[in-house]
Design a protein around this ligand. Structure first.
Ligand SMILES: N[C@@H](CCC(=O)N[C@@H](CS)C(=O)NCC(=O)O)C(=O)O
Length: 206
């Protein structure tokens, strides 16, 4: 059975969520809260030290969305949109938007927030960078708001991996205190996604 390396609320949540939506399982190895960069055992699995990682036989995959796509294809799940379906381009757009456009500034903000022992000058610089990221995030969210006007899901008229991809940063937006940046369509969509039983079960995995 494939093995998923997991830390609660990290991007491995996307994989667990997809598995719950599909009714599929993998073996879960939970690393606990963020000791992984100094864990030689995990660095032997993933030299980058990032999560998640999926090991399936002699295959290793380190990108959360690639892992989701791999498992969905393996289980013949309609969380994937096939290249022949009319909204395949939109599926690709929103699948990648979730990580590259939304999660990227949020991760950068979280990292900057973890810098300790700053001088007042450094703190001023950090605050300026954070304000810039916040503005950038608010602009990026406009695209999502436009897409969700009158739609329940991002592509193909059904729940897909694109929703799981975007759902992850929307979950983080709550933790980061950025909910006020969401427009009404995006706020309603976020609420519906996070209320899904599959998401709640994935979130509860220790
Ligand atoms: N694009 C990668 C990003 C992986 C990533 O950066 N994961 C975070 C956790 S969510 C991480 O391990 N960061 C390193 C750290 O926090 O030290 C993916 O989607 O899997």
């Amino acid at each position: 059975m494939a093995v998923l390396y997991h830390v609660p609320t990290s991007r491995s949540l996307r994989v667990l969520w997809a598995l719950e939506e599909m009714g599929a399982t993998v073996e879960i190895k939970s690393l606990g809260v963020r000791p992984r960069l100094h864990e030689p055992e995990y660095l032997a699995i993933n030299p980058a030290g990032t999560l998640p990682a999926l090991i399936d036989g002699d295959r290793a995959i380190y990108e959360s969305l690639a892992i989701c796509e791999y498992l969905a294809a393996k289980h013949g799940s309609d969380l994937l949109v096939a290249a022949g379906e009319p909204e395949w381009p939109e599926f690709q757009q929103w699948l990648l938007y979730g990580e590259a456009t939304l999660q990227a500034p949020m991760s950068a903000m979280a990292r900057i927030g973890r810098i300790r022992n700053q001088t007042p000058e450094m703190q001023a610089g950090i605050d300026a960078v954070k304000a810039d990221f916040r503005h950038s995030l608010s602009m990026r969210l406009k695209l999502l708001e436009q897409r969700l006007d009158g739609r329940d899901f991002l592509a193909a008229g059904r729940m897909t991996l694109a929703d799981i991809s975007v759902g992850y940063p929307l979950f983080g937006i709550g933790k980061g205190g950025f909910e006020s940046l969401l427009g009404p369509w995006s706020a309603g969509y976020r609420e519906r996604l996070l209320a899904r039983p599959a998401f709640q079960r994935a979130l509860a995995v220790p």
